[in-house]
Unconditional design. Structure first.
Ligand SMILES: *Cc1c(COP(=O)(O)O)cnc(C)c1O
Length: 418
């Protein structure tokens, strides 16, 4: 049996999540103590790490003065939104509910971009009434609804970016690619030209931007740059289009041996191509993924059919990504161990064969009652949690920016909450 190697843990650990004297900590706290008090499964977020990531991205994209719109769908936790509001972040929302959350966290409507392939009329009315900064439009009929909403709300102008489907194939998992020709997202360049040609019939709409978002967890920048060229070709003839929104998609490191693609090439390419344009970015994952983890406890150990199953109290209802798109999350024990490693399956309690959190993974030998952390689950973790099997949603704990206090920011649901 190969040893469960401790030396490889570097990429999924960081200044906030690290081992201190052999136990896994978040900032100034042992995660075992938090799990002991709050129970499992529980998501734990480090606001310090969220804000470090936000500031680092702002700095990286400073040469193009990019305005960062944090993508709320990655993690809509109220404490995270509140901390980003304080930093002056803007926001990318994909539903009326997300807009409401940002406003409740103290965010300004003008700093919100409202995107989405299927906005309801009620959502459009709400966004226009509240004075949301941008609507990213993906459908000609939406423009009629926005024009009508603006008339009803007495809004002089509503600022719109038209979402281009640039027909590029991003270097990412097919299930999280959005910019290829067969995707439901965006509009073709022809449709956008047609809309701009007849913009006079929408007197209250200011066609001020082009939006692209080609996918998530992008492995390199090439498809983004290809899409940018198409957006610039499209925008070129129209003097009123001064904003290019490049969407999200910046990756996070999920595996021990992941290295992130450098961004300097992208930034310098953007700087040379986007001169004279206002640049928006919508990062979600890159801000919150490695600022959170999911703690879970081993309920049973089953040795069957030549395999080891660790059955834990978190499942696909708490963390859907592995079942939904084969996502990989490293599994770390709360107590560092030199025990031999064994290839095992980490599975949840849900009555589905796809309820596997980690498949064929070299793990230290675990006992009933041991706790492990599913790393890099701050993005699209709790955000996708659901109540299948009438399972209560897990709790969320947030550690303050100074790292010195933690609190339950969202209590675990109970059976009564269904
Ligand atoms: C999901 C989404 C994002 C965020 O994507 P990340 O990969 O988390 O950065 C940004 N913009 C739009 C329109 C999205 O749908």
């Amino acid at each position: 049996m190969p040893p469960f190697c401790l030396c490889r843990w570097r990429m999924v650990l960081n200044a906030s999540f690290r081992y201190v004297d052999g136990s896994l900590w978040v900032d100034d706290f042992a995660l075992g103590a938090i799990a002991g008090e709050v129970g499992t499964p529980v998501y734990v977020y480090s606001l310090r790490r969220v804000l470090d990531n936000y500031r680092r991205l702002r700095q990286t994209f400073a040469p193009v003065s990019a305005q960062l719109h944090y993508s709320v769908k990655a993690n809509g936790n109220a404490a995270i939104l509140g901390a980003l509001v304080e930093q002056g972040s803007s926001f990318d929302c994909v539903s009326g509910g997300e807009i409401q959350r940002v406003l409740a966290a103290g965010g300004a409507a003008r700093q919100i971009v409202f995107a989405g392939v299927g906005k309801t009329r009620a959502e459009i009315d709400y966004a226009v009434e509240r004075g949301v900064g941008w609507l990213n439009v993906e459908n000609a009929l939406e423009l009629d609804y926005i024009q009508a909403a603006a008339e009803r709300a007495g809004a002089e102008t509503v600022r719109v970016a038209l979402r281009l489907n640039p027909q590029v194939t991003a270097n990412t998992h097919p299930k999280i690619a959005t910019g290829h020709g067969g995707a439901k997202f965006g509009m073709t360049a022809e449709v956008i030209h047609d809309l701009l040609a007849k913009r006079g019939i929408y007197p209250r709409i200011h066609f001020a931007g082009i939006h692209i978002h080609i996918g998530s967890q992008l492995g390199d920048s090439q498809a983004t740059l290809d899409a940018l060229e198409k957006a610039l070709d499209l925008a070129g003839p129209y003097r009123q289009i001064r904003t290019i929104n490049l969407g999200g998609g910046l990756p996070a490191a999920y595996r021990f041996d992941d290295t992130l693609p450098p961004l300097d090439g992208l930034v310098s390419a953007l700087a040379s191509r986007l001169c004279g344009y206002h640049v928006l970015l919508e990062p979600g994952r890159a801000i919150v993924a490695d600022a959170g983890l999911l703690l879970t406890e081993v309920l049973y150990v089953k040795r069957q059919a030549g395999q080891i199953f660790y059955i834990v109290d978190a499942g696909m209802t708490d963390l859907l990504r592995p079942a939904l798109y084969d996502a990989h999350h490293e599994v770390l024990p709360l107590c560092k161990t030199s025990a031999v490693g064994e290839v095992a399956q980490l599975v949840g309690p849900v009555c589905e064969s796809t309820d596997v959190l980690a498949r064929d993974r070299l793990l230290p030998r675990l006992q009933v009652g041991d706790r492990v952390a599913l790393m890099t689950t701050g993005a699209y973790g709790m955000a996708m949690a659901n109540t299948y099997n009438a399972r209560p949603l897990p709790a969320e704990v947030v550690v303050d920016e100074n790292g010195e206090a933690w609190r339950v920011s969202r209590a675990r649901d109970s059976w009564d909450d269904g």
